[in-house]
Design a protein around this ligand. Structure first.
Ligand SMILES: *Cc1c(COP(=O)(O)O)cnc(C)c1O
Length: 344
């Protein structure tokens, strides 16, 4: 049994997946009477491609990886949920998370009744590799790491990720939701070396397609096959597949948007640092800034009074006093700064 298969829950190893009508018939035909669809053309009367092959071929060109290494989910949140359901036996296995981090890993584990072990980041927001390995055993099925990390904004050191890829006993999931803001730091190039690596990406951030709900898991074909076996048969609807295909032609526009965001982030960071109640603006590799200040609750509510919503992260470990602020348009950022200046 392969290294990956040994980590899979027994019921999933034995699973006979649902086989949809569109799955079973693969040839060309003119008359489809196999899926109880409405035969009258509405543009949307047929079930979509369950494995999204056309979209995967397009994405594989952009991500420089083979289509067989791609899984598409209803947002990356679906991939997070499915990974837990494939690998973690409820009440027996656990996942590891490294707070402060994205909230969905724990919520998905809680829903599946899977324990969560937490190993806090170091004070510089980097990984406590020794602490993680000390907490790990044969029931540590998945370690979730977000890089660049939400809410702290920093990339995790590559040497630490590589050490964990070598020594962590389970699956290492690296959530790269913000990687389009620092594309050279992606771990996708390591996939061929590490069969237990899963990289999550999304069209929800830099690509500007949060509304269509399309997340991507990139991993060994063995892991992709497992995710496909467990997913709902038609998890990506046809409208989403169409929109993604047409937006993905505009990679230049996405890169332009990233350039503008990065420029605005630098300006915002400078302006924020000049405010008398701001204690620290943390460096960011993503499209948001974590900002430590004297009275975050007062600032948070004063901003809301002016119609500006930011995220209060002050109750997260290591984030005392911190608000998380997304980089907006030039105009939005100017309004934010003007409002913040008036609160000095
Ligand atoms: C925004 C975000 C996602 C994206 O989730 P989708 O379901 O793809 O919209 C994933 N992970 C992190 C850390 C995020 O911040």
């Amino acid at each position: 049994m392969s290294e990956v298969l040994k980590l899979v829950r027994e019921n999933i190893q034995k699973l006979t997946p649902y086989s949809s009508a569109r799955h079973e018939f693969k040839g060309n035909a003119d008359v489809f009477l196999d899926a109880n669809e409405n035969p009258f053309e509405t543009g949307l009367n047929r079930y979509p491609d369950p494995l999204q092959n056309t979209l995967k071929i397009k994405l594989s060109g952009i991500k420089k990886t083979d289509p067989s290494t791609l899984f598409l989910g209803n947002g990356s949140d679906e991939a997070i949920d499915l990974l837990i359901r494939v690998f973690c036996e409820p009440k027996e296995d656990h996942i590891l998370i490294v707070p402060p981090t994205y909230g969905m890993y724990k919520v998905c584990a809680d829903i599946s009744d899977v324990d969560v072990r937490q190993v806090q980041l170091l004070t510089d927001f980097q990984l406590d590799v020794d602490g993680i390995l000390k907490e790990s055993n044969q029931h540590s099925k998945i370690l979730f790491i977000c890089s660049p990390n939400n809410p702290t904004g920093n990339l995790m050191a590559k040497e630490d990720l590589e050490r964990l890829l070598q020594d962590f006993p389970g699956i290492l999931v690296i959530d790269e939701a913000y990687i389009d803001f620092c594309p050279d730091s992606s771990m996708v190039s390591k996939l061929s070396e590490y069969p237990k690596l899963v990289v999550l990406q999304t069209l929800s951030k830099a690509w500007g397609m949060a509304a269509i709900r399309l997340g991507i898991a990139i991993a060994s074909p063995e892991i992709i096959t497992l995710l496909n076996a467990v997913k709902p048969p038609y998890n990506i609807n046809k409208l989403t597949q169409q929109q993604a295909l047409s937006f993905l032609d505009k990679e230049n526009e996405m890169q332009d948007f990233v350039r503008r965001s990065v420029e605005q982030r630098a300006k915002l960071s400078r302006e924020l640092s000049g405010l008398n109640y701001v204690l620290k603006v943390y460096p960011s590799d993503a499209n948001f800034l974590l900002v430590k200040m004297k009275d975050p609750s007062f600032i948070f509510h004063s901003l809301i009074d002016q119609g500006i919503v930011v995220r209060d992260r002050s109750r997260q470990p290591l984030c005392e006093g911190c608000l998380r602020i997304t980089v907006g348009t030039d105009k939005e950022n100017d309004f934010l700064i003007a409002t913040l200046k008036s609160l000095q």
